[in-house]
Design a protein around this ligand. Structure first.
Ligand code: HXC
Length: 254
């Protein structure tokens, strides 16, 4: 097992062995974390600050409401004076067959995953990246590659995001903006894993059919995102990096 250390809970890791140079992001980085729930964010920000010694600003916003993103970006620039990296990882998902999926449920997931990614990218581009360059990393999924059952909403939304990655890479490349995507497989200790039956799949032995024969962990996805976000990938744009242990190649609808 070559997987790096990780933790199953939402706590921060107590130890970490750097696999990249520790100053890859210019001596670490300050962060802004954003979601609808300020209470949860504040708790996470406290943990991140105390573990990393870097500043972490929690901001409540909804990716479906562009004006809230705009306000969040203004607050970010006021606090930190610049933005170098945007990670689009807001998503909503659940298992549901197409026949039971309401029109509003499909629309809701499209609005969070697809429009949310567009809205946030556009605000950050207009307010900062347009004049200073930057790096965007979107978090996608492999669900649509083989038409995963019970996932028409999320698979369709993420497929649109994969196209968006290429469109924005082409339009914004001349401004010095790279746009890339990481498509994770099943990752232990995540909300997606809990919602999409990860533990059940593990117990049932489903992960043995994955070429690397296990679920991934959060640190492994962080490493993929860090690669694309950083100058390690300075000539990489418009690409989708699948980090799934080879899962989509062998698991169709289980
Ligand atoms: C069927 C559902 C549903 C479910 C909600 N809906 N949950 N339908 N099965 N389990 C329907 C509702 O009935 C409603 O339709 C519509 O969706 C909108 O629901 P709301 O609750 O009003 O919307 P909202 O509060 O905005 O919630 C959005 C959400 C929610 C997506 C439904 O689950 C959410 O916010 N989740 C955020 C966190 C999350 O999901 N993270 C995991 C991402 S995992 P009607 O018709 O009744 O009005 C991930 C991994 C991907 O993306 C792949 C890994 C391999």
């Amino acid at each position: 097992n070559n997987s790096p250390e990780d933790i199953e809970t939402d706590e921060c890791m107590s130890t970490y062995t750097h696999i990249y140079s520790p100053n890859l992001l210019m001596h670490g980085c300050d962060t802004v974390i954003a979601s609808r729930n300020l209470e949860k964010l504040s708790e996470a920000a406290k943990k991140l600050t105390s573990t990393t010694g870097r500043r972490c600003l929690p901001i409540a916003m909804d990716v479906r409401q562009p004006e809230t993103i705009s306000t969040a970006m203004d607050e970010t620039l006021k606090t930190f004076g610049r933005v170098d990296i945007l990670i689009n990882n807001a998503a909503g998902n659940f298992l549901c067959p197409a026949t039971s999926l309401s029109f509003n449920a499909f629309k809701t997931v499209m609005e969070i995953d697809t429009m949310g990614t567009f809205n946030t990218s556009k605000v950050v581009y207009d307010k900062w990246f347009k004049d200073h360059g930057g790096s965007i990393v979107n978090i996608s999924a492999t669900l649509g590659y083989r038409g995963q059952a019970l996932q028409v909403h999320a698979g369709s939304a993420k497929a649109a995001n994969d196209a968006m990655t290429r469109h924005l890479a082409v339009e914004w490349g001349p401004s010095g903006v790279r746009v890339n995507t990481v498509a994770p497989g099943p990752i232990s200790g995540t909300e997606g894993y809990r919602r999409l039956g990860g533990s059940h799949a593990e117990t049932a032995g489903v992960f043995r059919s994955i070429p690397l024969q296990r679920a991934g962990n959060k640190t492994e996805i962080a490493h993929a995102v860090l690669f694309l976000a950083s100058r390690a990938a300075s000539y990489v744009t418009g690409t989708i990096l699948v980090a799934d242990g080879g899962a989509w190649l062998t698991s169709a609808n289980d």
